[in-house]
Design a protein around this ligand. Structure first.
Ligand SMILES: Cc1ncc(COP(=O)(O)O)c(N)n1
Length: 513
């Protein structure tokens, strides 16, 4: 895989229209934290400022509707948005202003998630009574996903409190709500925990109006006081996932998983003296490298130009245009056969060092790939009049000894990641070379004796092995390197050494010693 070049790209963008919670657990603050945790850009339009903590709301300062509208058009006319959520909207004039502004930007408003915030968990009104009608008539017709809890569903449907008391009631309530306009209704069951197989669970119902289908989203019930801002967080998470381009079902599924972990991981945290917030950042971890890919970070840490010296070595260029002297290639291929024997042992060692059967099997698969590769080498040699016996009798070059024993030593003295990284220069480099040469129109195909070699490394089987190896390293890095800059540096040094040994291997082929 070639190192990823820095490119300007559009990041997914989500927008929240909600109230400010000075305590930081709900409202705009919860939304921005959620969007950041789910790696989307967030912009925010404030409708009201509340003075609030974990005990309750002490005051509300509503912004003028015109100013809410101005914030919204200012953001949408420049930054735009891939998905929008609404939370506390306070009043009918603010709802009207929001709806008017959204109608001016239908593209931005097509992924609209509405959390019909009405009363805070602590008991304060966050939406005037007379504004419920504006939600129903103005906002819901343009809504993609409506996310009420049971008490909010009762208000929207004009039902007395407590009327939605069973799962069946929830089903019919979700259907009824969809008639007011939203394409999907996610009716949250947190207020009505159920018991199944002696386990307390929460069932959220996702109703799809177009297909008239219902999906049950089940999570274990978490017995905790720290649920302040859960509704805000969930709807912000849905908007984030929609912004990334997921469909509604997948977005809602990911979002319910996210909120479950956010609640679970905050259960024993104390922030404030009342109902504490959820842990928005449970999924973030400190990493000694930037970006999300460990393998990319290994490439990035290489000295300038070293990777190119390897994958664009004169030996490789000779393979590409067919001018590599035949003796050089034969010298190389015999050594490479011997190399692969050690490499297979290294992969088998990695299987031995695996902590679970899946990783063990993935490494065993690499051993099989290497075995196939050795057979290709033997066939090659045979075509060129070199017998299997002659290949096996070839003395190992010192370069070969240095490289293979380096890999095996890293495996013996280090942990599984050290070993995978020591093997990576070869695995990734040959994958990169194969694809580069295969796709380069300047590569000679007709009459190039080395074309089958190129096809092997560009081929599906080898590229699959590359993918397996990369995934193994990412998984291992997540568990060990992610918390230690020292471990990351060690891995970088091993990778660099591997690349240098690969370059020496090409030199050996050209010099035939
Ligand atoms: C600004 C604002 N928005 C929404 C909520 C609802 O959250 P909760 O129901 O957890 O109190 C809130 N308390 N404050």
């Amino acid at each position: 895989m070639p190192p990823v070049t820095t490119a300007i790209h559009n990041v997914p963008k989500a927008l929240t229209i909600a109230g400010s919670d000075s305590g930081g657990g709900a409202g705009i603050q919860a939304d921005i934290k959620t969007m950041a945790a789910l790696q989307v850009y967030s912009s925010s339009v404030v409708t009201s400022v509340t003075s609030q903590n974990t005990l309750g709301v002490n005051g509300i300062h509503e912004l003028p509707a015109e100013f809410v509208k101005q914030q919204l058009t200012t953001v949408l006319s420049d930054i735009g948005s891939d998905a929008i959520k609404t939370g506390m909207l306070s009043s009918a004039p603010i709802i009207q202003a929001v709806v008017d502004a959204l109608k001016e930007y239908p593209e931005c408003a097509k992924n609209l998630v509405v959390d019909p915030v009405m009363v805070s968990t602590s008991g304060s009104r966050l939406l005037n009574k007379d504004a419920v009608d504006a939600v129903l008539t103005q906002l819901l017709p343009m809504t993609l996903v409506l996310t009420p809890n049971v008490p909010e569903a009762e208000v929207l449907l004009g039902l007395a409190p407590g009327k939605i008391a069973t799962l069946d009631d929830m089903v019919s309530a979700a259907r009824q709500l969809a008639k007011a306009g939203p394409a999907f209704v996610l009716l949250k069951g947190g207020h009505l925990p159920q018991t199944r197989h002696d386990q307390r669970i929460v069932i959220d119902l996702l109703y799809d109006r177009d297909t008239d289908t219902l999906l049950e989203l089940v999570q274990p019930y978490v017995d905790t006081l720290n649920t302040h801002g859960t509704g805000c967080t969930l709807s912000a998470a849905i908007a984030s996932e929609l912004a990334k381009g997921l469909n509604v079902t997948d977005a809602v599924q990911n979002a319910t998983t996210y909120i479950h972990h956010a609640i679970e991981s905050a259960a024993h945290v104390k922030i404030g003296t009342g109902a504490g917030p959820v842990n928005h950042f449970y999924n973030l971890r400190w990493m000694p490298y930037s970006g999300s890919s460990f393998v990319q970070a290994l490439y990035d840490a290489l000295p300038e130009g070293l990777w190119e010296n390897y994958v664009d070595h004169p030996f490789v260029r000779g393979i590409a245009d067919g001018t590599l002297p035949r003796e050089c290639f034969i010298y190389y291929i015999k050594q490479d056969y011997l190399y692969l024997q050690s490499y297979a042992r290294a992969a088998a060692l990695a299987a031995y060092k695996s902590k679970d059967i899946d990783t063990c099997a993935a490494n065993a698969k690499i051993v099989t790939h290497i075995h196939d590769e050795t057979q290709t080498h033997l066939k090659y040699c045979e075509q060129w009049g070199i017998s299997r016996e002659e290949v096996l009798a070839t003395p190992e070059s010192v370069y070969n000894v240095a490289y293979t024993r380096f890999v095996l030593d890293k495996g013996a003295s280090g942990d599984q990641l050290d070993l995978q990284v020591a093997m990576a220069a070869c695995l990734l480099g040959y994958g990169d070379i194969g694809v580069r040469l295969f796709n380069n129109p300047a590569t000679k195909r007709e009459g190039n004796p080395y074309w089958p070699w190129i096809e092997t490394y560009a081929g599906e089987q080898y590229q699959d092995a590359v993918d397996v190896g990369k995934k193994l390293m990412e998984d291992l890095a997540t568990h060990s390197v992610s918390t230690s800059a020292t471990r990351f540096k060690e891995a970088c040094d091993i990778f660099e050494q591997g690349v240098r040994l690969e370059i020496s291997f090409w030199d050996m082929g050209l010099n035939m010693n």
